[in-house]
Design a protein around this ligand. Structure first.
Ligand SMILES: Cc1cc2nc3c(=O)[nH]c(=O)nc-3n(C[C@H](O)[C@H](O)[C@H](O)COP(=O)(O)O)c2cc1C
Length: 194
């Protein structure tokens, strides 16, 4: 079983980075084969350009996109870690999806339907919010975000979504509560991913 962690947070001191470290440690302890793509660290270019679009159309996928597609192709399980910004994923991660989840790689269009091509893969998403769980539940925000991300991107591409874990109120909770969150995460990893 091969894992690919796609990580999108610019700050190595963030709670998201602690999530990345916690998961990496769990996988390492179990001697699992995993790769991390830290999108800010590798300075991934998130802007899908006119040049990209025509190259993809011609089947001449640009090298940096191909590299990321190769990592996905080799993986059985994707773990995607990111903060919620403006009730969505950061533009860096959205740009990765725009460019890497391209036509003929993530999906194809037949005469009658659109088909997901990544059907042999599973995905687990982990996000943090500033908003409280109660506020986001009241707003219907989790439902909206799950629809926009889990369903409209990952399921659309054929993947099985194992789950989407949200850690809420992250900037406002105590250090003690953050430790508890990371403990909860460890159990979740053991239960759902190992
Ligand atoms: C540009 C930006 C937009 C944000 N938008 C939201 C939002 O829409 N909803 C929310 O709950 N938190 C929002 N936040 C707060 C972050 O989600 C929160 O600070 C982060 O998840 C905490 O984790 P971190 O310490 O790893 O950054 C936003 C933060 C930034 C920087």
């Amino acid at each position: 079983m091969k894992y690919l962690i796609v990580y999108a947070h610019p700050n190595p001191k963030s709670f998201n980075h602690a999530i990345l470290e916690t998961i990496s440690e769990e996988l390492r302890k179990k001697k699992r084969d995993f790769t991390v793509r830290d999108l800010y660290k590798i300075s991934f270019d998130p802007a899908l350009s006119a040049k990209d679009l025509s190259a993809i159309q011609d089947g001449a996928v640009p090298k940096d996109i191909k590299r990321e597609q190769h990592y996905i192709s080799k993986a059985d399980i994707l773990i995607v870690i990111f903060p919620i910004w403006w009730s969505a994923m950061p533009a860096m991660l959205k740009g990765y999806i725009d460019r890497v989840f391209s036509l003929k790689f993530a999906y194809d269009i037949t005469e009658t339907e659109v088909v997901g091509l990544l059907r042999d893969k599973k995905v687990f998403l982990i996000s943090t919010t500033g908003a409280s769980k109660e506020d986001y539940e009241k707003m219907g925000a989790f439902k909206m975000m799950n629809m926009a991300m889990d369903t409209a991107i990952f399921q659309f591409s054929g993947m099985k979504v194992i789950g989407h874990k949200y850690f809420s109120s992250v900037p406002y909770v105590s250090q003690q509560d953050r430790k508890k969150m990371l403990q909860e995460l460890k159990l979740l990893v053991r239960e759902k991913l190992l």
